[in-house]
Design a protein around this ligand. Structure first.
Ligand code: SF4
Length: 727
C-alpha cells in the first residue's frame, strides 16, 4: 500500500477507461470524494504506471461543466436552451420518440454511434436494444479505418485476431516492427511493453513518415512516403522468399497459396519498392532480413496503415510477413486470442454470436454498407458488424438506401469523422437526436435530449479486450469507487431501461449491468461481486494452438491467398494501390497542392475529441499544431507558432492552426492532429470547424474496397499563413 493511506478513508482498486488500455488504478477516497489516483502496481496491464489522462481523472469527475442531469432541448436545435428534467421523463420521452420514428420509418431508421473508449462497455446493452427493435443500424465513427481493417485482414489470413494492441508479445519479442503507429501517444501501455522488449534486447524498426518518440529509440527508422506501406510489405515478402529465409516448416505445414504469393511478391522488386516508398534499397533489405532472421517478431500496424484506400490488403501483407517469419502463436510473436479464463463469455463473443445477441443474418444484410462491404457491415462481417459511417451520413441526408431519422450519439460525431461539414448537417437533419456524453460537445449541443452517463470512477464493469497481451490474457473488474455525480447513470442501465420502456423484454431478465456481468462469469463459477474482490483473473496461455485446433480459416491453414476474399470477389492476394489524391496519382494537382498531409496525430493528453476541458491536460497541449519542416515553413513565410491555413482539394473548407517547425517530418509532408474543438468557444459549434482536420478530409471516397475506409493519409494539401490576427 502506498504511503499516506491513513489520510484517506479507503482505497478502491478499479480500472481507468480514459482509453482502451483499461489500466489498473488505485482510487483514494476521502469524505466520499476521490482525491487521488495512482497506478495499481499489481495490475498486469500497467504495473503501476498511468498516463496523464488517468492521473487527471479527479479533474474529469468533478469538472464543473460535466452534464449531470437529464436535459431536454427547450429552444431550437443548437440554440443552447435546455430544461433539466427527471429521469422518468427523460426515459419516457426518449422511448416514445424512438417508437414514433420506428412506426413511421421502420426500425432501421434508428441508429446509435460511438467511438470513444469510455462507452465501449455498453456495446452489449446497445446491442440488446438494437436486437429488440430489429434495427441493424450500429455504427462506429472510425471503424472503417481503425480496427476493422486489421480484424478483417487477420481473420481472412489466419482466422484469429492478434494484431497491434492485442496479442503482440512485445515483451518477449526479438524484433518489433511499428508501422504507422505511435503508442507513446495513443496506447501508452503498449509503448511501455515495447520499451520492456527493447530493454530485454529486442530490435525496433519504426516505419512512419513522422519521426516519433519511438522512432528515436529505433535501430532502424524508415521515413516511408505516406500510404505506401503496402508496397514495402510486399517488397519485404519478396526479399524473404527470394533469399529463402522464411520459415520453411511452418509454410509447408501450415500455409496454403505460397506459389501464388511468391509470384505476386516477385512484382515488388527492390528498386520498384524503393521508388514507390521513397526508401533506400539497403534499408528495405535490412528490415526484411531482420524480420525473417531476428525472430520471433511482432508487426504492429496502426492508423498510418489503416487510414488508406488499400488498408485491408496492406494489413494482409503484414499478417503474411508474420506467418512467413514463423511468428504466429509463439512466445514473443502474435499470440492467439483464445487464452481467456476458461468459462468466461467475452463481450465480443456475446455480441458476435447469433445464439446470443447478434442480429439475424437477414437483418444484418440490410445494414447500410452490407452490400458494398459485406465483410465489414454484412452478415458475414469478420468482426462486430458496423454500418459504413460515410454511408450512414449520406442516408441521413438523402434517405438512401433508406432513411436514418434518429441517432443516439455517444461520441462527438460532429468532430470525429471525415467530411465534417456534411456530418454536422446530417445531425441537424435528423428527426430525433439523443445524446449520452460527459460534456456539452458540438454534437451534444445538437441533441434533443441528453441522458448523462457515469464515468469510470462511478461504475462497475468487466474489462477484457485489451488484456490480450501476448504472454498474458486476462480479465479484470472495474468497480464503482464513489456514487455518481449528480444524477448520472451507467450507460448500460440507461439502455436496459429504454428497452423496457419501448415495450421489449430484456434477455435473461437482466435488470442491471451487474446481471450481465454475472452472466459473463457464470461459466467460471463466480459472481461479479466475488470477481470484484479478486480483481483480475489470468487465463492459461497455450502457444501453437493451431497444432491441435488448426487455424480458424475455411482451409484450417494460414491462407496466403484468402479464400474468403476470393469468394467475395476481391483479390485473394495483397497488392500495392496508390491512394487517390497523392502526388503520384494526381500530379496535375501538385502545383496548387504541393504538400502531403498526414492527419490524426495523437497526443497522450487526449483521446479523440475528449479532454479539451480538463485543465492539466489542456496545459500539456493547449492548441493543435501543424508539424512542418523548417525549410518548408521558411519558404512559405511561416515562423514557429504562426497560424497557417490548411486546404486540400477534396473539400471546400479550410482549417487553421499554429505551426510547429520540426524535422520530425520531411520537407514534403505536414502532419496535423485530429479531433480539435474548443470547449471555451461559443456553442453550438465551439470552434469545431476552425482547426479540426476532418473538415478538410472528404467522406466521399474513394473508399477501401473491403472495409470502406476513407483516405486520410498522404492527401495533397497546401499551407499558407493566416494573415488576419485570430481573435
Ligand atoms: S493509458 Fe492512460 S487513459 Fe489509457 S487506461 Fe491507462 S491511464 Fe487510462
Amino acid at each position: 500500500m502506498s504511503k499516506g493511506t491513513a489520510r484517506y478513508d479507503r482505497v478502491v482498486r478499479t480500472l481507468c477507461q480514459g482509453c482502451h488500455c483499461d489500466c489498473g488504478v488505485l482510487a483514494y477516497v476521502k469524505n466520499e470524494r476521490v482525491v487521488k489516483i495512482e497506478g495499481d502496481p499489481n495490475h498486469p496491464q500497467n504495473e503501476g504506471s498511468l498516463c496523464p489522462k488517468g492521473l487527471t481523472a479527479t479533474q474529469f469527475i468533478y469538472h464543473p461543466d460535466r452534464i449531470l442531469y437529464p436535459l431536454k432541448r427547450a429552444g431550437e436545435r443548437g440554440e443552447g436552451k435546455w430544461q433539466q428534467i427527471s429521469w422518468d421523463e427523460a426515459l419516457d420521452y426518449t422511448a416514445y420518440r424512438f417508437l414514433e420514428v420506428m412506426n413511421r420509418y421502420g426500425p432501421q431508421a434508428i441508429a446509435w454511434s460511438w467511438g470513444d473508449a469510455a462507452h465501449q462497455s455498453c456495446l452489449w446493452s446497445k446491442q440488446v436494444w438494437l436486437r429488440a427493435m430489429g434495427s441493424p443500424s450500429h455504427w462506429h465513427s472510425d471503424a472503417h479505418y481503425c480496427y476493422h481493417p486489421l480484424l478483417i485482414a487477420n481473420r481472412t489470413t489466419f482466422g484469429d485476431h492478434s494484431t497491434s494492441e492485442e496479442g503482440l508479445d512485445y515483451r518477449n519479442s526479438k524484433s518489433i516492427f511499428l508501422w504507422g503507429g505511435n503508442p507513446v501517444m495513443s496506447h501508452p501501455t503498449r509503448a511501455r511493453d515495447i520499451m520492456i522488449g527493447l530493454k530485454r534486447g529486442a530490435k525496433l524498426v519504426v516505419i512512419d513518415p513522422r519521426f516519433t518518440e519511438l522512432a528515436a529509440k529505433a535501430h532502424v527508422y524508415l521515413p516511408i512516403r505516406p500510404g505506401t506501406d503496402d508496397a514495402l510489405a510486399m517488397g519485404m515478402i519478396n526479399i524473404i522468399i527470394q533469399e529463402d529465409i522464411y520459415d520453411h516448416d511452418f509454410v509447408q505445414d501450415w500455409c496454403i497459396g505460397f506459389d501464388d504469393l511468391r509470384k505476386r511478391a516477385a512484382e515488388y522488386t527492390l528498386e520498384r519498392v524503393a521508388q514507390i516508398t521513397g526508401l533506400k534499397t539497403d534499408d528495405i533489405l535490412k528490415v526484411a532480413r531482420m524480420s525473417a532472421t531476428i525472430t520471433p517478431c511482432v508487426h504492429h500496424g496502426r492508423m498510418g496503415v489503416q487510414q488508406n484506400q488499400n488498408c485491408v490488403q496492406t494489413n494482409r501483407a503484414i499478417s503474411i510477413l508474420v506467418a512467413l517469419c514463423g511468428s504466429l502463436d509463439v512466445k514473443g510473436g502474435h499470440v492467439s486470442k483464445k487464452n481467456k479464463p476458461v468459462g468466461f463469455k467475452g463481450v465480443f463473443h456475446i455480441v458476435d454470436s447469433r445464439e446470443e445477441l447478434r442480429l439475424p443474418a437477414e437483418i444484418e444484410d440490410t445494414r447500410i454498407g452490407a452490400q458494398q462491404y459485406p465483410l465489414f457491415s454484412g452478415a458475414e462481417s469478420m468482426a462486430v458488424s458496423c454500418a459504413h459511417p460515410p454511408s450512414v451520413i449520406h442516408a441521413m441526408l438523402t434517405g438512401e438506401p433508406y432513411p436514418v431519422r434518429a441517432n443516439w450519439f455517444l461520441n462527438d460525431i460532429a468532430v470525429c469523422l471525415e467530411g465534417q461539414r456534411e456530418n454536422y448537417q446530417a445531425i441537424l437533419a435528423l428527426d430525433l437526436t439523443v445524446g449520452s456524453d460527459f460534456f456539452m460537445t458540438p454534437t451534444m449541443e445538437l441533441c434533443d435530449v441528453i441522458l448523462p452517463p457515469t464515468m469510470w470512477l462511478e461504475k462497475d464493469g468487466i474489462s477484457e479486450v485489451f488484456y490480450h497481451i501476448g504472454e498474458q490474457d486476462f480479465i479484470a473488474s472495474r468497480q464503482k469507487v464513489v456514487e455518481p455525480q449528480g444524477e448520472t447513470r451507467d450507460d448500460s442501465a440507461i439502455d436496459l431501461e429504454i428497452v423496457r420502456r419501448m415495450g421489449y423484454e430484456v434477455p435473461h431478465g437482466w435488470k442491471m449491468p451487474q446481471d450481465f456481468y454475472d452472466y459473463q462469469l457464470a461459466g467460471m463459477g463466480i459472481t461479479f461481486e466475488e470477481f470484484k474482490k479478486i480483481g483480475y483473473i489470468q487465463g492459461n496461455v497455450v502457444y501453437k494452438r493451431y497444432e491441435t485446433e488448426g487455424f480458424d480459416t475455411p482451409s484450417g491453414k494460414v491462407e496466403l491467398g484468402s479464400s474468403i476474399l476470393e469468394k467475395h470477389g476481391y483479390d485473394p492476394l495483397p497488392y500495392y494501390l496508390e491512394n487517390a489524391v497523392t502526388p503520384v496519382s494526381r500530379p496535375d494537382l501538385t502545383e496548387d497542392y504541393p504538400l502531403n498531409l498526414i492527419s490524426g496525430a495523437r497526443h497522450v493528453a487526449y483521446f479523440h475529441s475528449n479532454n479539451r476541458q480538463i485543465p492539466w491536460l489542456r496545459e500539456l497541449e493547449p492548441m493543435p499544431r501543424l508539424d512542418i519542416h523548417p525549410e518548408t515553413a521558411t519558404a512559405l513565410g511561416l515562423k514557429d507558432g504562426d497560424w497557417a491555413w490548411i486546404e486540400t482539394p477534396t473539400t471546400a473548407d479550410r482549417v487553421r492552426m499554429p505551426v510547429r517547425l520540426t524535422r520530425m517530418v520531411g520537407p514534403n509532408v505536414v502532419s496535423a492532429p485530429s479531433h480539435w474543438w474548443f470547449p471555451e468557444q461559443e456553442g453550438p459549434e465551439h470552434g469545431c470547424f476552425e482547426s479540426s482536420i476532418n473538415a478538410v478530409l472528404t467522406n466521399d471516397g474513394p473508399y477501401s474496397l473491403i472495409s470502406g475506409a476513407s483516405t486520410l493519409r498522404g492527401v495533397l494539401c497546401r499551407v499558407y499563413p493566416v494573415e488576419e490576427k485570430r481573435a
